[in-house]
Design a protein around this ligand. Structure first.
Ligand code: PHE
Length: 355
């Protein structure tokens, strides 16, 4: 084990990490269970390529911790965990399916220590495949398979709600009409958000690194495209990171020309001090594990509480609106960052939990 890996795992405050090598594909499965204090750990499965195993473990650990905070703040009795499947860049589609099946069996073997749903690189269809061997530990299967489907739309609804709360704080009205919003990443959540923002009358700009996505949104939908290297310098009212994490860091924050950051990506702050950097620049930051909790809250309400889609939407928007307003208020009265305020809110619920 490298020194880095050793300290990474030692310094983590979670409960358990299981690392499994899928020999037929050479993929690594990293299952990180951060906390089971409120219930069994639930979190998405992220599938992508990483430079090395250490980077995959690091991602899993941070994402799992985020899930603990997400569930706690949302008032849902689930623990926090996340799985990362680090795949070779040239994985064959048939081999991928086999890998998902073996992953389902892996979940089963651990008997509900960790339950999963989709995340970056996995879909509701993938959940159907995982469930062939991993039932009953899989959320968000397709509606045809009896699940609540792709959570992206519900997540986007939660982000839209967060944008409204931020607008209310900044401009005195939750209306997004005429507000210039730059969406970074038009994947499953980003594209649904673009749609909701357009319906709300916002002026939407977008960026993405995927050529097909750029062509679609620039040429067919007609949205202004911002090249990836200009995202942080582009003036807008609200910047909405909906791609991967760590986009708010010591290099990008000085460049930002927005009044708020409200997006769906997990782990947007590279390090906690980035919260301070944003605050010093008077940029309102809506903590990611609050803004992006809509998919998780919605899916759990539909699949474990028997809620209708409409009721689940109502619950998730209410939870996010209430939490975010409270966090903005707390950050102001306590003079702390909004990220700290959000951690405190989640921490309070975790502390009060009966083991
Ligand atoms: N990817 C989701 C998130 O980060 C995880 C998730 C969605 C887990 C739906 C369970 C159900 O919030």
């Amino acid at each position: 084990m490298t020194n880095n890996m050793d300290s990474l795992l030692r310094q983590w405050d979670g409960e358990e990490v299981i690392i499994h090598c899928d020999r037929p594909t050479g993929a690594w499965i990293v299952m990180a269970v951060h906390s089971t204090r409120l219930g069994p750990a639930i979190g998405g499965t992220r599938m992508r390529s990483y430079p090395d195993l250490e980077a995959a473990v690091q991602d899993a650990l941070r994402l799992a911790q985020g899930m603990t905070l997400k569930w706690a703040a949302a008032g849902i009795d689930s623990g926090g965990g996340k799985a990362v499947i680090a795949v070779p860049p040239d994985l064959d589609p048939d081999d991928r399916v086999q890998l998902l099946r073996r992953y389902g069996a892996f979940l089963c073997k651990h008997k509900g220590l960790f339950l999963t749903g989709p995340d970056v690189g996995t879909s509701a269809e993938d959940m159907d495949i995982i469930a062939e061997t991993g039932d009953p530990y899989v959320f968000c299967r397709t509606p045809a398979a009896g699940g609540s489907g792709e959570p992206g739309l519900l997540t986007a609804l939660g982000v839209l709600t967060s944008l409204e709360v931020a607008a209310e704080r900044l401009y005195g009205s939750p209306s997004l009409k005429g507000k210039r919003v730059l969406v970074q990443g038009v994947g499953s959540v980003g594209r649904a958000l673009v749609d909701l923002l357009q319906k709300a009358g916002a002026e939407v700009l977008f960026s993405d690194v995927n050529d097909a996505a750029v062509r679609h949104f620039r040429d067919s939908v007609g949205l202004p495209f911002i090249p990836p290297d200009e995202v942080y310098d582009t003036p807008c009212d609200i910047f909405s990171p909906c791609a991967l994490g760590a986009v708010l860091n010591e290099k990008t924050i000085p460049r930002l020309r927005c009044r708020a950051v409200v997006g769906a990506a997990n782990n947007q702050l590279a390090v906690p001090e980035d919260g301070v950097r944003l605050r010093e620049r008077q940029i309102l930051y809506a903590p990611d594990f609050i803004t992006n909790s809509g998919g998780a809250i919605g899916a759990l309400n539909v699949e474990t509480k028997g809620c209708s889609r409409q009721e689940a939407e109502k619950r998730l928007t209410q939870a996010i609106r209430g939490n975010l307003a409270q966090i903005f208020e707390l950050a102001e009265t306590e003079g702390c960052t909004t990220d700290e305020a959000a951690q405190r809110l989640a921490g309070k619920r975790l502390a009060g939990a009966v083991k």
